[in-house]
Design a protein around this ligand. Structure first.
Ligand code: G6P
Length: 611
């Protein structure tokens, strides 16, 4: 969702800010704006893409070594020039960019309107900067203190940066419930909502904590809590490579990330499995080994693709560790008074580690005494910071909005957790673990082989690219794979798609089957193979087009389906890791053929930081 970049130092701020905004485009947005100070404060903003903003300012003198930029994903007020950030005070001496939602903006606005403030936008954000202006006018306080007092009056979530024409040598940044990173250079500082705009300038970063406000000058940084206590900043080294943020010769980030999956799964497994010893080691949760040994129930909370990974995790943990698992949409869990107690382990799965609903669900679980774990990709994000323990997926930055390598890495971590708990509980024999882990170790190589289906999938995509609807069917742990295949297709190609357990087809979706409907089956050789074969017959009998993901060498389904896509033979436990890949490729090629913006699909955001 919204993105923030700020710079103060000795270089021209504009190129740094614009490049930073491009880096943040992946988060999803609908307008962009910048503010620069050079003798006075200048603000430029535009609905549309960052490139529209660049066009808009191309003839303007953009000097200044202090400035900030924003990409907005509309919440309060339609995407438009006037609702874009930055928003300025009435006297135009102050300007703000903001991620998040100010919940009590209505009450504050009424008070300010009564005092004569005039508002130019429909946003909650504008209220904040008028309040700072009001407090400064009434009290004569400096900007830093006035912002601190303002934030004490605010209910909601925010990451903000504020500039002032009267105090032009500083940026004020603050966070509560929305991420904010400060990059520390020599004589310069960078501010951003994630590390991607910062990494090419410095690897030294400070993650602001909730309720902290920073006064950032060229050669000094002061961080206070909003209760006015001075904080000691903790500088961390970023583990992020610049190449990971570039397309590296691919047309889109999504396809690059699909192709990275052999490597990302390998990175995820590294140092965690010892196949010959039949041993799984998960340093991040080892302190909880005893708790897991005696656990009665695990609850998984997540959103979107991460929720699908959670469903695969349910199959794996129940099958191998024999622990009951419930998988919940975080957004539902948080509002339905969930029955959770101190005996439970609640696992949040989140690529970004910032999803607002997932954060809120975890907070409820924590309040009720549960042990909370995180499975996250972005190191240092909010979720790993509030959890008791966790396992990083180590998939590297995922830029395409449609999650691909993060999903397979999440499933890999869940596989490891299933075997780890099984190992603690003794629900799997040592010799079986040796077998499973030996096979798991081979998965990255099998992913590489699976990716060889790309050209064939492209042909299938060309055949079905004009479909209006599509059905994805699977059984067991291939059901969440079907859900994920349908989600990929709908989110990037805008074709209506549904995922269903194959047997449930008869209770509704079968009515949709006609000569125009492609039906994609995950029909690999496993315990439910024969049942899925029957479901394929049922679709065929009604004239549907069958595309089947099958195990290499399968002949039975080949004779029935219009198209088959082969994946290598592997144990049931690992089928989701391979079967997902052709579905990702299918969605990708169809979206490209339909001329869709694959990496930044309309209305979607990579990290959903509002509920
Ligand atoms: C958004 C993204 C999805 C993602 C979901 C959950 O909707 O577009 O790709 O699966 O949020 O995000 P998280 O970062 O918590 O995994």
């Amino acid at each position: 969702m919204c993105g923030i970049v700020g710079y103060i130092g000795y270089r021209d701020a504009y190129p740094i800010i614009i490049k930073g905004l491009h880096r943040l485009e992946y988060r999803g947005y609908d307008s962009a704006g910048i503010a620069l100070y050079d003798k006075d404060l200048k603000v430029y903003k535009k609905a549309g893409k960052v490139s529209d903003l660049e066009n808009f300012v191309k003839d303007v003198n953009l000097k200044g070594s202090i400035g900030m930029g924003h990409t907005r994903w509309a919440t309060h007020g339609a995407p438009s020039d006037r609702n874009s950030h930055p928003h300025s005070s009435g006297d135009r001496k102050l300007t703000i960019i903001h991620n998040g939602i100010i919940e009590n903006y209505g009450v504050i606005k009424e008070t300010l309107l009564a005092k004569g403030h005039v508002f130019k936008s429909d946003t909650d954000t504008e209220v904040l900067i008028h309040l700072v202006e009001d407090i400064q006018k009434e009290t004569g306080l400096d900007l830093y203190e006035a912002v601190r007092i303002t934030l004490n009056k605010v209910i909601g979530a925010y990451a903000i940066v504020i500039m002032s024409a009267d105090e032009p040598d500083e940026l004020i940044a603050a966070r509560k419930g929305s991420p904010m990173v400060i990059g520390v250079g020599k004589g310069e500082y960078f501010i951003a909502s994630d590390a991607t705009p910062i990494v090419e300038y410095t690897k030294n970063v400070i993650y602001l904590n909730d309720n902290e406000i920073a006064q950032v000058k060229r050669d000094s940084l002061l961080i206070k809590n909003i209760d006015n206590t001075v904080q000691t900043p903790y500088i961390q080294e970023l583990d992020m490579k610049l190449e990971a943020l570039e397309k590296g010769g691919y047309d889109h980030f999504m396809i690059k990330e699909i192709y990275e999956q052999a490597r990302s799964i390998r990175d995820c497994l590294r140092g965690r499995i010892y196949p010959s010893q039949g041993k799984v080691q998960l340093g991040g949760i080892k302190e909880y080994a005893d708790k897991l040994k005696n656990i009665d129930r695990i609850v998984i909370v997540a959103c979107g693709t991460s929720w699908h990974a959670g469903l695969v995790g349910e199959y794996l943990i129940e099958e191998y560790a024999r622990v009951p698992v419930e998988v919940e949409y975080a957004s539902e869990f948080r509002y339905r008074n969930p029955i959770i107690n101190s005996k439970d382990v609640v696992i949040a799965i989140s690529q970004s580690g910032e999803t607002a609903d997932t954060m809120a669900a975890l907070e409820i679980a924590k309040e009720r005494g549960a042990t909370i774990f995180g499975i996250c990709n972005v190191v240092g994000a909010s979720i790993p910071r509030i959890t008791d323990a966790g396992v990083y997926t180590h998939a590297g930055p995922e830029i395409g909005v449609a999650s691909t390598k993060a999903f397979t890495a999440q499933v890999t971590v869940l596989t490891l957790i299933a075997f780890y708990i099984a190992q603690q509980r003794g629900t799997i024999t040592q010799s079986k673990l040796v077998e499973y882990l030996t096979e798991l170790d081979e998965i990255p190589a099998l992913v590489e082989r699976t990716l060889q289906c790309n050209d064939h999938v492209k042909e299938i995509a060309a055949r079905f690219k004009d479909s209006n609807n599509c059905l994805f069917l699977g059984r067991g742990s291939s059901f969440p794979v079907a859900l994920e295949g349908a989600l990929k297709l709908k989110e990037i190609s805008y074709i209506h798609a549904e995922g269903y357990p194959a047997a449930e087809m008869k209770h509704g979706p079968i009515a949709l089957i006609d000569a125009d409907l492609p039906v994609i089956f995950i029909a690999t050789k496993n315990s439910s193979y024969e049942k899925v074969v029957s479901n394929i017959q049922e679709v065929k009998a009604r004239g549907g087009h069958v595309i089947a993901i099958v195990t290499e060498g399968d002949t039975q389904v080949r004779d029935m389906a219009e198209y088959v896509i082969e994946i290598p033979q592997t144990d049931d436990a690992f089928v989701p890791l391979l079967a997902t890949i052709p579905l990702q490729l299918l969605a990708y090629h169809i979206a490209v053929m339909r001329g869709c913006n694959v990496d930044q699909p309309r209305n979607l955001a990579k990290s959903v930081t509002v509920e």
